[in-house]
Design a protein around this ligand. Structure first.
Ligand code: IMP
Length: 426
């Protein structure tokens, strides 16, 4: 999707996450100079398969696997430094040199162990099905103006002072929530002192870096995590993550102005999955749901939890197209549908007997909607070797045409397998 006029492109999940953004970013990064993660944290799990090797990246942008690409963890991310170092070590052990190619915004907020204790404690009552990585509590601290940022490590005595207050506060909250867990100040202090020397050399004003790159005509990919229906404003609240996953969050979280962005690629599976709690209107009953899960390997990359599986939901994708301003669609995992004789597609909803074209704000209402299905003929042939649309069986092409018409966004990529080369550029 890069061309003379399109040099800054956002890649966003347009369902409930796990759409295969990692693979798309890996493919697009071949033509990019910078890849920037703009929100979320170690709750994401972006899987990229190269040859026989599989890489699961949580915080480092998927572009790192291309030696020419500079990767940035933007100010909108809540950073778990120990996990970042583990990822860097894992890449080094597998022969990927990241030296001088990864930068962390000095404005990014840190996720610390007390955030994970608070996440676990609130999960006991709220039951949202979070990933347990401390994401919600870290964003709460950010917006409550009591976060600890990467830049605070530059004046470690100042960070230590902040820490006394934050650990005390976390322990009071844990007590109020009836949790027996307590955060230890000494452990947190030791952690910050240990992290600072390795993290600070990576810290930079990354918004300025990205801004300069765009001004110089370099190609920049802004990589979203999770999906539109998990966005804290536009998702199935309260069953959402705590950041703006949608394209509007990309400029804020990368530290650039919105006018710099000139394309938004929405990534969707050819069906639908969701991990965690909350409504999933087109969830398939077993055995079809089970079959999608098995064929698609639908188990969480971070938590290993089985994903809930169902059929393509056009109401969801139309909504995601609107709130993200999608200019193109990437349809992934088409091959997972290869063996189905019939493939239902959710084209609209009925809510309390009335037709419902738009996503209701109330999660209870979304839980009550009845999807209206159109049943498409399957193609019952393998598609994994297709490299052009013309290589696909006609029923598969008709399926894609239908998804395009229903979502109102042109299909630009079709992924037909986990490998890097299993992609069709339309
Ligand atoms: P949190 O982001 O850990 O607070 O989790 C909030 C919700 O978002 C839960 O339903 C999680 O399962 C979901 N979630 C968070 N990250 C991802 C992801 O990368 N893929 C899919 N779901 C996610």
């Amino acid at each position: 999707m890069f061309d003379k006029k399109t040099t800054c492109l956002v890649v966003v999940g347009s369902q409930w996450g796990d759409e295969g953004k990692g693979k798309l970013v890996d493919v697009l990064a071949e033509r990019a100079d910078f890849v920037v993660r703009y929100q979320g944290g170690a709750n994401a799990g972006h899987t990229v398969v190269i040859g026989d090797s599989q890489f699961v990246l949580r915080q480092i942008p998927s572009g790192i696997l291309h030696p020419r690409v500079t990767c940035v963890i933007g100010n909108g991310v809540v950073l778990e430094p120990e996990n970042l170092f583990a990822e860097l070590d894992q890449l080094r052990d597998r022969g990927i040199d990241t030296t001088g190619r990864i930068f962390v915004s000095d404005r990014a907020h840190l996720v610390l162990p007390y955030h994970k204790l608070l996440d676990a404690a609130s999960e006991r009552s709220q039951k949202l099905g979070t990933t347990g990585r401390g994401i919600g509590p870290a964003y709460e601290d950010k917006y409550g103006r009591r976060g600890i940022r990467v830049t605070d490590l530059r004046r470690i005595e100042c960070a230590e002072h902040l820490l006394t207050d934050r650990v005390d506060r976390a322990n009071r909250l844990l007590e109020m929530m009836g949790s027996g867990d307590r955060a230890r100040y000494e452990d947190h202090l030791e952690l910050l002192q240990r992290l600072a020397p390795r993290l600070l050399p990576l810290a930079a004003d990354t918004g300025l870096m990205v801004h300069r790159a765009i001004r110089a005509g370099r190609r920049v990919l802004l990589e979203g995590a999770q999906g539109a229906l998990l966005d804290v404003d536009h998702g199935t609240y309260p069953y959402v993550t705590s950041s703006n996953t949608t394209a509007g969050g990309a400029a804020v979280g990368a530290g650039i102005g919105p006018t710099a962005v000139n394309g938004v690629l929405g990534v969707v599976k050819a069906y639908t999955t969701r991990v965690g709690n909350g409504p999933l209107p087109t969830e398939a009953e077993s055995p079809a749901g089970e079959r999608l899960r098995e064929l698609g390997g639908e188990f969480g990359a971070v938590t290993g939890r089985p994903r809930r599986c169902g059929w393509f939901d056009a109401t969801v994708v139309r909504y995601a197209a609107r709130v993200n301003g999608l200019t193109g669609l990437a349809v992934t995992k088409l091959d997972v549908l290869d063996s189905f004789a019939e493939i239902p597609v959710g084209i609209a909803y009925r809510l309390d007997g009335e037709s419902c074209e738009e996503m209701p704000a109330e999660v209870e209402a979304l839980g009550r909607v009845l999807p209206i299905y159109e049943v498409r003929p399957g193609w019952q042939q393998p598609t994994g070797a297709a490299r052009r649309l013309a290589d696909l069986p006609s029923a598969a092409r008709a399926y894609l045409d239908r998804l395009e018409a229903l979502s109102g966004v042109p299909v630009r990529y079709v992924s037909v397998g986990t490998r890097r080369d299993q992609i069709i550029e339309v």
